[in-house]
Design a protein around this ligand. Structure first.
Ligand SMILES: [Zn+2]
Length: 599
């Protein structure tokens, strides 16, 4: 990974008040020397997200997320390391130093893909609005009810029915084939030739939430098959990940925040039509199923989401799973029920915003929606079908944890199906209890695991572990102590997870002020990384220098006496060769010497 000098990074972290930074995203409350709040990276009701302002670290004891201010920005803004550094530098009014050549290259490549995309979007837009080539596409858009203003707002365009029009244009603008390919705009043919990926398509640029073009979606203009699929999207690139972005968010985010709700649709044209009709909090997932990343992205802006999918899509399994993901992220999900064969685009165009508003008002929550899906088009007078429907409803409702809620849904389900309410209730309760029993063990295990991870962690640790963690935390966060600590302890003084961390930290001969902690961090597995932030958030900053050094000596003397015991055991065994005995005695003396020196 590219980086700035360690000095600059250290200075930057010093300058950024991590409590101030994180408070931009969630509410933090002071507790002792630390701050706590609801974790922005997983859904929770009691806060297990802690910030330690003394060493600028955060850690969530619920999901294990953690790190310093740069990690936080990377995670929550979905940025690279360099971009996060840039953002934090701007925030604290620091000037960015020059990067090395190689660093500059990698960073430059991303920047270049951004500007290449921007230029391509402009080119497509020009073809659509100002050339004869785009006439048919323009007519198509007009026919679908989109005017100049809509085209401008979403920066729509047209990819001409040519093989190398965009390629040649970008080449003339000095972009290399290598880069155009990396941006996903061309494909490779035979004999090393290249051609435009998007041809004869209406182009929908996809923006990130900062309003930069990161990818394209193209809709075929010709209905014949020889042009490929109806919709074609950019591949995943350095700057585009389908599962992490949402169409239209850059335009909708302010409104979403203001209204604390968004409307999630399926297609590009749905969103454009919605914005045109005043529903400016509308966005679309880039694919039918919702991902966790997208859910978290929404959670940053709003707590409520209305789903406006086509009737046939809304009911399918992948969609429902996506809705569950949204719901589990802590978003209150309501489904707008559209008539079979209708979509928001057509509906808004044909019936107008009043009708759509009414549908929003009548949107049903997820359980009601699922009941409707179970009952839909079923002939309930047929015993076999009736039984199946009953089974599905029992299964669904027995998953509702809250008693009162379960009761309410029961009544609604009974009314919808003409099942006797008390019989349905009996079945659901039976299944509910059965579920509980079945889940008891696994829940218990899960909860125990969770308990281990809650913040009163000290109580669960032995004194040695506490000392080990404390020493490592100070080693990491206190450069002026590093050398001295390194002279007193080695990785062998640690046990378990602290030993794993210590091994990485003490690796190599250089343990000085310039130790590349960020580099080590990059090499750590996720679990150790999480442990890293955990011990830093727990770090006791009231310990003074001497106390820390004492603790370090304590750790190493503990190891030495342990080794001495081992040696004694060996010596007491018979039949040691003279050679081995000599070696053991030498070690023994040196251990004693060490202990005396320290005492
Ligand atoms: Zn968390």
């Amino acid at each position: 990974m590219t980086r700035y000098s360690d000095e600059f990074i250290d200075e930057l972290k010093e300058n950024v008040d991590i409590v101030d930074l994180i408070s931009d995203y969630l509410e933090l409350k002071k507790t002792g020397n630390r701050y706590k709040g609801l974790c922005p990276f997983h859904s929770e009701k009691t806060p297990s997200f802690f910030v330690n302002p003394d060493n600028n670290f955060y850690h969530c004891f619920g999901c294990g997320a953690g790190g310093d201010s740069i990690n936080f920005v990377m995670e929550i803004e979905n940025l690279t390391f360099i971009e996060s550094v840039k953002m934090l530098a701007e925030r604290s009014g620091m000037e960015l130093p020059d990067m090395s050549n190689q660093q500059r290259q990698v960073y430059k490549e991303r920047e270049n893909i951004f500007s290449l995309n921007k230029l391509a979007a402009r080119f497509y837009n020009y073809l659509l609005t100002d050339t004869n080539m785009g006439k048919e596409a323009l007519e198509y858009l007009n026919k679908r009810g989109f005017n100049e203003e809509d085209i401008k707002r979403f920066h729509l365009g047209y990819a001409a029915d040519e093989w190398q029009l965009l390629l040649n244009f970008l080449k003339k603008k000095d972009f290399s084939i290598h880069l155009i390919k990396k941006a996903g705009l061309i494909s490779e043919g035979n004999n090393n030739s290249h051609y435009d990926k998007f041809r004869n398509r209406v182009m929908f640029p996809i923006f990130n939430n900062r309003g930069e073009v990161i990818a394209f979606g193209g809709r075929i203009l010709d209905s014949e098959d020889n042009y490929g699929p109806k919709y074609l999207n950019s591949p995943e690139t350095q700057i585009f990940s389908k599962k992490k972005n949402l169409y239209g968010l850059h335009l909708a985010k302010d409104r979403i925040r203001k209204e604390n709700s968004c409307i999630i649709m399926e297609g590009y044209t749905d969103v454009i039509q919605a914005h045109k009709n005043g529903f400016k909090n509308s966005i679309a997932s880039l694919g039918t199923a919702f991902t966790e990343e997208q859910a978290k992205l929404i959670k940053r802006y709003a707590e409520n989401a209305y789903i406006a999918y086509d009737a046939d899509t809304a009911g399918n399994k992948a969609t429902l799973r996506g809705l569950d993901i949204l719901n589990n992220t802590g978003i209150n999900v309501k489904v707008i029920e559209l008539e079979e064969g209708s979509d928001p685009d057509q509906l808004l165009k044909n019936e107008g915003s009043d009708v759509f508003n009414e549908l929003i008002e009548n949107a049903v929550n997820l359980i009601d929606f699922k009941i409707n899906m179970i009952v839909k088009d079923k002939n309930l007078s047929e015993p076999g079908i009736r039984k199946k429907v009953l089974r599905s409803i029992v299964e669904l409702l027995s998953g509702v944890e809250d008693n009162l809620e379960r009761e309410i849904y029961l009544e609604r389900a009974a009314a919808k199906t003409n099942f006797k309410a008390d019989i349905l209730a009996e079945e659901v309760e039976k299944e509910f209890k059965e579920n509980k029993r079945r889940n008891y063990k696994s829940n218990r295990e899960k909860q125990n695991k969770k308990k281990e991870k809650t913040f009163d962690l000290y109580s669960q640790l032995s004194y040695y572990q506490k000392v080990e963690e404390e020493i490592l935390a100070h080693f990491i966060s206190n450069p002026s102590l590093r050398e001295e600590l390194a002279g007193r302890i080695s990785k062998n003084d640690f046990n378990g997870r602290t030993a794993q961390l210590a091994e990485r930290l003490f690796k190599g001969s250089v343990i000085s002020n310039s130790i590349h902690l960020d580099k080590i961090k990059e090499e750590l597995e996720e679990e150790l990384l999480s442990y890293w932030s955990e011990i830093l958030v727990k770090q006791d900053n009231s310990l003074d220098r001497n106390r820390i050094l004492d603790l370090a000596d304590y750790l190493s003397s503990k190891r030495i006496s342990k080794n001495k015991e081992k040696l004694c055991r060996l010596i007491s065994k018979k039949e040691l060769s003279l050679d081995k005995l000599n070696r053991i005695l030498l070690t023994f003396y040196s251990l004693n010497y060490n202990i005396e020196r320290r005492d």
